[in-house]
Design a protein around this ligand. Structure first.
Ligand code: PGA
Length: 251
């Protein structure tokens, strides 16, 4: 049985004070939650404060991006050592907003995934098609390339550590959720691609989250699908009550 994992992607929201308040609210409800992995991904500037709030709880902290390099002249970047110093355990990589606005491509995303794994950080690799790609029947083709390229050279043994997030771009922040059937179909497809790449054991072990307007009202149905192992939550993660309700839907 794969343990469900619910991660809150706070994106570019919350000052330190606001982040502490939100993390405290979530902690009140979920500090002792062991049945589901709970991860909070605040902006870089609030990582330390949020780590302090959730230290000594079961709640983990994740970053929203990471450099593929170890250190040096990379203005504006943050490396693994800096994240680990703040007790970060997970890192979201290849989010569609980074692919779209900052032109991140599969080559660099793969370098980041490999670096994160090498340094014992757990990547959450995001993949997903745009509306135009879905309408052109290209969903599987697009997602397969993102998986094959993004996870190139990742050994089968690492699939217990990494997480894949299937996030259809047309569902992110739009209020339009993929139906449970649409999501399940792509999740099963992704698991099949992983099986083809590294074998059945890794494919069975890897956790695949759904992301894209997941909220308390639709979480339970999505999370009850056989290949949906959790959620990457944007908007609904900015409210402690909503986020906690989604985690409870995963129980
Ligand atoms: P959303 O964002 O829940 O606001 O759609 C999800 C994400 O981008 O990770």
């Amino acid at each position: 049985m794969r343990k469900k994992i619910i991660a809150g992607n706070w994106k570019m929201n919350k000052t330190i004070g606001e982040a502490v308040e939100l993390a405290n609210g979530i902690k009140l409800d979920l500090a002792a939650c062991t049945e589901v992995d709970v991860v909070l991904c605040p902006p870089f500037t609030a990582l330390k404060s949020v780590s302090d709030v959730v230290s000594e709880t079961q709640i983990a902290v994740g970053a929203q991006n990471m450099s593929s390099e170890d250190e040096g002249a990379y203005t504006g970047e943050i490396c693994h050592t800096m994240l680990k110093e703040l007790f970060v355990r997970y890192v979201i990589l290849g989010h569609s907003e980074r692919r779209e606005y900052y032109k991140e491509n599969d080559f660099w995303i793969n370098k980041k995934v490999l670096k994160a794994l090498e340094k014992n950080l757990r990547p959450i690799l995001c993949v997903g098609e745009t509306l135009a790609q879905r309408e052109a029947n290209e969903t599987e083709k697009v997602v397969e390339v993102q998986i094959r390229e993004g996870l190139k050279d990742v050994p089968a043994s690492a699939y217990t550590e990494l997480v894949i997030a299937y996030e259809p771009v047309w569902a992110i922040g739009t209020g339009k959720t993929a139906t449970a059937e649409q999501a399940q179909e792509v999740h099963a497809f992704i698991r099949g691609v992983v099986k083809d790449m590294v074998g059945a054991e890794a494919a069975n072990a890897v956790r695949i989250q759904y992301g894209g307007s997941m909220k308390p009202a639709n979480a339970e149905e999505l999370l009850s699908q056989p290949d949906i192992d959790g959620g990457l939550i944007g908007g609904a993660a900015l409210d402690a009550t909503s986020f906690a309700a989604i985690v409870k839907a995963a129980l």
